[in-house]
Design a protein around this ligand. Structure first.
Ligand code: G6P
Length: 617
C-alpha cells in the first residue's frame, strides 16, 4: 500500500526520506520516488527535482546515489506507490508535478478524477500519467492562479473538490519553505523535530528522526515549516495534541531470522503473553481492559456482529464458535467489503466488533462508519495499532499486543486476535451464566497458551521436511471440522499468499459434496485433527481421501495416537484443550506455508501483488 514521507530541515533531507521509505516497505508497493526543492546548478535559485524508479526502494537508493546533486535539498517529499490507477511505471510513480513548481505525493483514491481531468483539459492542462493523483497536482496549480493565491489556500480550495480518500503532501518551488498536507480517509502524521519537522503516513517511517507526533484528524489541512506547524479543520485553526511514541526498533529488525514472517511466527508465545498481561488475572478476566465504559455496554449485549477482512476475518469465524459455545450468544461474521454495501438489518442489542491488524483497512473502516449509523449497542475494535483510525473511531477498543507485524502474511496478529476474542467470549459469557469456577477453568487454559505455542514451534524441523513434498504441486486442500474449519481456511490462505500454490479449505464434512472429485496423488490434502468430539467424523472423512489415493498430511493432537501409514503422514501437535486448539493448530500451518515458500524460493515477506495494509477499496 502507498506510503508518504516528507521533511523540511536545515540539513540535507535525502537520507531521512530514503530511510523513511525503507521503513514503509513492509506495507507493499511497486514503485517509489522522491522530489526535492534543490539549488539550480548555478546555485542562484531553486528548482524541483524528482527521481523515480519501478521496483524496490533499493533501486531508488542506487538511482539517488548516481545523481546526488539532483537528489538534494532541505525540503523534500517521498512516496512508495501501490498501483491503483495505471500500471507500475516511472511515469505513474509519485511525486507528480504540475508545471515546473508543484510536486505532490498522494495516498488513497480520488473517485471523481475523470470529471476533474476533463475540466482541467479544457483549461489547457495536459496529462502525462494514468493516475488520479496528477489531477490533484494540476488542480492545485490552477487554484494558485499564477501565484496570486498561496499554496496553502490553493490546497484548501482543491481538497473541497476531491471525492474519495486522500493523504496529500505538496511542495511548491515558489514557496520553498513549507510542506502543505491534507488528510481525508488516509492517515497522515506530523513528526515534530527541533528546528525541523516531518510528515508521514505512518509514524514508523519517522522513528529515526523523532518520537513526537501529531496525528491529523479527518479533514485536517496543515502547513509545516521548519519552526512551525499550523493546522486547520473546516476552515478554523485548531490545536492537535503532540503524542510521544516509543519505537520498538526490535520489531523492524529481522534479528537472527531469515525473514520477518519466521521471526513473527516465533514471537507468538511472547506476544500472546503480552496480550494477556494486565487483561487476565490468575483466575478471571479483567473486563475493564476493554475500557471504562465497556462493562455497562456488555451488560446490554444479546448478540455479536463481527466484520473484518482477510486473516482478521478468519479470527472472527473462529470466535463465532466461542461466542456460541461459551457465551451462548448468536454471532454473525461478515467480510467488510460485502457488509458495507448490503442493506444490513442490525439485530437489537448487538455488539459490533471489527477486527484488524492495521486498523486502516479501507473496507473495515467503511463498514464501521456504516455500522455507526445503525442501531448497534456499541462498536468495539480489536486492533494492533493504538493510534489507528479504527481504534479512534470505535466506542471501545482492545489492542492486540503483537508489536509491529511486517511480513505481509499475517501470523502473530492473528493468534493475538484470537486470544482477545477468547477473552471477550468469557467476558460476555459471565452475563449468560458462566460460573466463576468455569471462568477460572478457561482462564487456567489461557495461561497455558504461550507455553503450548512455544512447544508447537518445536515442530519446525518435521514441517520443513514435509514442505518439500508441496513444492512441485499446483493445488492443495485444507480440511477441518467445526471450529477448525476457519483454521483450515487460514492455513490455506497462508499457503496461497506466500507460495502461490492454489489452496482451498473445506469443512471436512463437505468433502463428498464436490471436492473429493479433485483428489488424486497430485493433490496434497492437509487436515487439522484436535482431540474433540468430531474426531471420529473427521477420521471417516480422511479415509475417503486415502481411498482415492490422496496424499494426506494430518496435524493431530498427540493424545489421539493417530498413526502414519502409506499415503498418510501424521505430525503430532502438543496436547491442548479444545478451547485452545484453534490457536495452537494455526502455528504448524503457518510453518508449513513458510517452508513451502522457502522451498519454492518466493519472496516470503513481500509476496507478489499483495499489500500489508489495504487502505484503498
Ligand atoms: C491485507 C493483508 C492481510 C490482512 C488483511 C486485513 O490483505 O495482506 O494479511 O489480513 O489485509 O488487514 P487488517 O490490517 O485489517 O487486519
Amino acid at each position: 500500500m502507498c506510503g508518504i514521507v516528507g521533511a523540511i530541515a536545515e540539513r540535507e533531507v535525502r537520507e531521512i526520506l530514503l530511510e523513511g521509505l525503507k521503513r514503509l516497505e513492509y506495507r507493499g508497493y511497486d514503485s517509489a520516488g522522491l522530489a526535492f526543492i534543490s539549488p539550480t546548478p548555478n546555485a542562484l535559485a531553486t528548482q524541483i527535482n524528482t527521481i523515480k524508479t519501478v521496483g524496490k526502494v533499493n533501486k531508488l537508493v542506487s538511482a539517488v546515489s548516481k545523481s546526488k546533486a539532483k537528489a538534494s535539498g532541505r525540503i523534500g517529499i517521498a512516496h512508495t506507490r501501490w498501483a491503483t490507477h495505471g500500471k507500475p511505471s516511472v511515469a505513474n510513480a509519485h511525486p507528480h508535478l504540475s508545471g515546473a513548481d508543484i510536486a505532490l505525493v498522494h495516498n488513497g483514491i480520488i473517485e471523481n478524477y475523470e470529471a476533474l481531468r476533463a475540466e482541467l483539459r479544457k483549461a489547457g492542462y495536459t496529462f502525462d500519467t494514468d493516475t488520479d493523483t496528477e489531477t490533484i497536482a494540476h488542480l492545485i496549480h490552477a487554484n494558485r492562479a499564477g501565484g496570486k493565491v498561496s499554496l496553502l489556500s490553493a490546497v484548501k480550495k482543491t481538497v473541497k473538490r476531491l471525492e474519495g480518500a486522500y493523504g496529500l503532501c505538496v511542495i511548491d518551488n515558489t514557496e520553498p519553505d513549507k510542506l502543505v498536507v491534507a488528510r481525508s480517509g488516509s492517515p497522515l502524521v506530523i513528526g515534530v523535530g527541533i528546528g525541523e519537522n516531518f510528515v508521514a503516513s505512518d509514524p514508523l517511517a519517522l522513528g529515526q528522526v523523532t518520537d513526537r507526533f501529531i496525528y491529523l484528524e479527518e479533514g485536517d489541512i496543515a502547513q509545516i515549516q521548519r519552526e512551525s506547524i499550523a493546522i486547520w479543520h473546516k476552515g478554523k485553526k485548531v490545536n492537535r495534541p503532540t503524542t510521544t511514541v516509543k519505537h520498538q526498533t526490535a520489531d523492524s529488525d529481522k534479528g537472527r531470522y531469515e525473514h520477518f514472517m519466521l521471526k513473527e511466527i516465533y514471537e507468538q508465545p511472547r506476544v500472546i503473553q503480552d496480550t494477556l498481561d494486565g487483561r487476565v488475572s490468575k483466575s478471571s478476566v479483567l473486563e475493564q481492559a476493554f475500557g471504562i465504559n465497556a462493562p455497562a455496554l456488555f451488560d446490554k449485549i444479546k448478540s455479536v456482529q463481527i466484520v473484518a477482512c482477510g486473516t482478521s476475518s478468519h479470527a472472527g469465524l473462529v470466535a463465532k464458535y466461542w461466542f456460541e459455545s461459551i457465551a451462548k450468544l448468536p454471532c454473525q461474521v461478515d467480510i467488510a467489503s460485502d457488509y458495507r454495501y448490503r442493506d444490513i438489518i442490525a439485530q437489537p442489542d448487538t455488539l459490533f466488533v471489527t477486527i484488524s491488524q492495521s486498523g486502516e483497512t479501507a473496507d473495515t473502516l467503511a463498514a464501521l462508519r456504516y455500522a455507526k449509523k445503525l442501531d448497534y449497542v456499541a462498536t468495539l475494535a480489536i486492533c494492533n495499532v493504538a493510534t489507528s483510525s479504527l481504534v479512534r473511531e470505535s466506542d471501545i477498543s482492545m489492542l492486540t499486543m503483537a508489536g509491529q507485524e511486517i511480513g505481509v502474511a499475517s501470523t502473530k496478529a492473528f493468534t493475538t486476535q484470537l486470544a482477545i476474542l477468547l477473552v471477550l467470549a468469557i467476558v460476555l459469557a459471565r452475563r449468560t451464566g458462566l460460573t466463576t469456577a468455569q471462568e477460572a477453568k478457561l482462564v487456567k487454559e489461557l495461561h497455558k497458551l504461550p507455553g503450548i505455542v512455544e512447544k508447537t514451534l518445536g515442530l519446525r524441523k518435521q514441517i520443513k521436511t514435509i514442505a518439500k513434498q508441496f513444492s512441485d504441486k499446483h493445488h492443495s486442500l485444507f480440511l477441518g471440522r467445526g471450529i477448525q474449519y476457519p483454521v483450515a481456511k487460514e492455513g490455506a490462505l497462508k499457503l496461497k499468499e506466500i507460495s502461490y500454490i492454489h489452496a482451498e479449505a473445506y469443512p471436512a464434512g463437505e468433502l463428498k459434496h464436490g471436492p473429493l472429485a479433485l483428489v488424486d496423488s497430485k493433490m496434497p490434502v492437509v487436515a487439522v485433527a484436535p482431540n474433540n468430539d468430531l474426531l471420529g467424523k473427521l477420521k471417516a472423512n480422511l479415509s475417503e481421501v486415502s481411498a482415492r489415493g490422496g496424499k494426506l498430511f494430518v496435524f493431530a493432537d498427540e493424545s489421539i495416537g493417530y498413526q502414519s501409514e502409506k499415503g498418510l503422514k501424521v505430525i503430532n501437535v502438543p496436547r491442548c484443550s479444545e478451547v485452545l486448539a484453534p490457536i495452537v493448530f494455526t502455528v504448524p500451518l503457518q510453518l508449513l506455508s513458510y517452508y513451502v515458500a522457502i522451498t519454492k524460493g518466493t519472496d516470503v515477506d513481500h509476496p507478489r501483488n499483495l499489500a500489508k495494509s489495504v487502505t484503498v477499496e
